[in-house]
Design a protein around this ligand. Structure first.
Ligand SMILES: Cc1ncc(COP(=O)(O)O)c(C=O)c1O
Length: 399
């Protein structure tokens, strides 16, 4: 029997099970982040200012991009990236169906059309062959999402983009830090967009970043992130600033605060260590679950470095007597939080009804969706936590 300080007790069928809930995610926020935020609060400068600029410089250098512009979400970053490439009403943008709402909705902001594309059956990243088939004379751009943190097949995607003169905007919401054939995600397209949402691999509560090698894009993103007013307008309340500014075009209110940037700087300093911690958890899962015929573990292709934002395993439903919903409910009963990434966009009422998409139009995503379960994976997890997850999964599929 477990000792009093242990988080397990004899549960169903006399097996040891957790008594303490293992959340699907908890952010890794320590004393460094708390001190950095408190220091900023005491500094007298709360919104966009020196911390944001420091964060942008440090982030650009970390991913090896010439420019980085901080914003208040990845959704804002994607919106501004599409604005920077000059997307117009009636244009089309190729977007994977296996993604979150944001990747496609930003296209609709322009009265342009997101064209959904099926995924590869193994990585669940956008499938280059399906991508090429979806191109029309109106196509302007591709937004590959590095799903779960596994980089997309960027050689094939960039080749298609070159042939058809399309822009590539990486949706790197899951992919910090990750790399493809030695090149860091964030430098693989015309622009890249990162998310610092609370569950992401670097979190600022809410936040995002645009990276690019193109100075004109960076300048446009920066200007549009703050009402379309002349650059450095943020300085107007500082000693070096001036009261004068000009509105060059109507923009948006997407700027990052110094409070968020202080948190971001502290997180960036431990980004590699946090990735190592997630990689370790993924390794434990691979070992423990890889031998189960009822479970499919995520693939990692040669030549990529995975960010391990998510660990999406798949249920081999043909070998099981329970449904995915029952599996998730049983994990919850065993005090383990899970999630599903994603309900593909073509299955949501808006996309289904507006564009008459059918599940069979996206066979790989539709099939994967039925089976997907994301397991907890974050630096605060101990090896024991990961073994508990494996034990719970093994237990449930054995029923
Ligand atoms: C693939 C993908 N893109 C974009 C976003 C949007 O990020 P944010 O919440 O920072 O706007 C998310 C958020 O979960 C996401 O998963």
């Amino acid at each position: 029997m477990a000792g009093p300080e242990k988080d397990v007790e004899l549960g169903l069928w006399g097996r040891l099970m957790r008594t303490k809930f293992l959340p699907f995610h908890t952010p890794e926020v320590g004393d460094e982040e708390i001190s950095a935020v408190v220091e900023t609060l005491r500094s007298g400068w709360l919104t966009t200012g020196p911390r944001v600029h420091e964060f942008e410089k440090a982030f650009a250098s970390y991913v090896g991009a010439a420019h980085a512009v901080a914003v208040n979400s990845c959704t804002a970053a994607l919106h501004l990236a599409l604005d920077a490439i000059g997307l117009r009403e009636g244009d089309e943008v190729l977007v994977p169906t296996m993604t979150f709402a944001a990747t496609a909705e930003v296209v609709l902001y322009f009265k342009a059309r997101p064209i959904l594309v099926d995924c590869e059956p193994d990585t669940l990243n956008i499938d280059p062959a399906s991508l090429e088939r979806a191109i029309s004379p109106r196509t302007r751009a591709i937004i590959p999402v590095h799903y779960a943190g596994h980089p997309c097949e960027m050689d094939a995607i960039r080749e298609i983009a070159r042939s058809y003169r399309l822009k590539v905007i990486e949706d790197a919401a899951h992919a910090l830090p990750a790399s493809y054939k030695g090149q860091i995600v964030g430098t693989l397209g015309d622009l890249a967009c990162f998310s610092f949402y609370a569950t992401k691999t670097l979190c600022t509560g809410e936040g995002g970043m645009v990276t690019t090698a193109n100075a004109k894009y960076a300048e446009r993103v920066r200007m549009m992130s703050l009402h379309g007013i002349s650059n450095d307008a943020w300085k107007r309340y500082s000693a070096e600033g001036s009261w004068y500014y000009e509105i060059l075009t109507p923009g948006f209110k997407y700027n990052m605060t110094d409070i968020a940037a202080a948190l971001g700087l502290a997180q960036l300093a431990k980004c590699d260590r946090m990735r190592e911690a997630r990689r370790r958890i993924a390794g434990i899962y691979d070992q423990g679950l890889g031998r189960l015929r009822e479970i499919g573990t995520p693939v990692v292709r040669d030549g990529v470095e995975h960010a391990w934002h998510l660990y999406p395993m798949r249920l081999e439903l043909e070998r099981l007597r329970i449904s995915r919903a029952e599996f998730i409910a049983s994990m919850r009963e065993r005090n383990i939080g899970t999630s599903v990434h994603f309900i593909p966009l073509h299955l949501h009422p808006y996309y289904r009804n507006t564009y008459q998409y059918r599940p069979q139009d996206f066979p790989n995503a539709s099939d994967a969706y039925e089976r997907l379960v994301s397991l907890p994976i974050y630096p605060a997890m101990t090896s024991r936590d990961a073994y508990d997850v494996i034990e719970a999964v093994s237990d449930i599929i054995d029923v």
